[in-house]
Design a protein around this ligand. Structure first.
Ligand code: TYD
Length: 199
């Protein structure tokens, strides 16, 4: 099962990734925790460029997809084949939200690029965290985005949640309650998968 956590910077994703993996591991599930951009030595080597270097938005998109292909083929797909639960901090909806809605690259172009690159793994469940979005002051290209652009990213995430049925929106309500809500949704999804694999 492939679970992705999404949200704007400061939405508390990383904390929730840790809490979810702790819960699942404690309950006997084999988990792989990973992140994007990154997750493999090659993809991690592209991460600083993606986050900090100034470049054409299309160049950045190509780097993101390049990192993702490596990550999917070397980490995500092998772990899923071994029956593990993969928990990933950001995935393709980040690209649609930031590069698509934020940086105005055509969404179909982004999707086509993924198709062409053979990067087709789809999350079983995406948990979209909304929150105060504590804005860190300009540490990277995205944290220093204009307010207007950031608003477009947020609106993009809202549209993504309405478009794709596997996306669950979670309003921020404190670390513990958010974690409980996430665990409840994940348990439901695990149950659903077990039932469908028994049929
Ligand atoms: P993140 O790991 O959440 O930041 P940090 O842990 O440093 O707070 O994400 C890094 C940034 O990368 C984030 O601002 C959004 C951006 N990003 C994209 O623009 N497109 C993408 O496809 C991905 C995966 C991330």
């Amino acid at each position: 099962m492939f679970i992705v956590l999404e949200g704007i910077d400061g939405s508390g994703k990383s904390t929730q990734v840790k809490l979810l993996s702790k819960f699942l591991t404690k309950n006997g599930y084999a988990c792989v925790v990973t992140r994007e951009p990154g997750g493999t030595p090659f993809a991690e080597s592209l991460r600083p460029m993606i986050l900090h270097d100034l470049m054409e938005t299309m160049s950045r998109l190509l780097l993101i997809v390049s990192a993702r292909v490596d990550h999917c083929n070397k980490v995500i797909l092998p772990a899923l084949k071994e029956g593990k639960i993969v928990i990933c901090d950001r995935f393709i909806y980040s690209t649609l939200a930031y590069q698509g809605y934020g940086e105005k690259i055509d969404l179909q172009t982004i999707l086509n690029l993924h198709r062409l690159s053979g990067c087709l793994v789809e999350p079983d469940l995406t948990l979209l965290l909304f929150g105060s979005g504590r804005k860190k002051l300009g540490r990277d290209n995205f944290e220093s985005m204009s307010e207007e652009c950031l608003l477009d990213v947020c609106m993009g995430y809202e549209k993504i949640a309405r478009t794709y049925s596997n996306v669950h929106t979670i309003k921020r309500m404190g670390v513990g309650r958010t974690s409980n809500e996430i665990i409840k949704i994940v348990q439901g999804k695990i149950g659903e998968k077990q039932t469908s694999s028994c049929k």
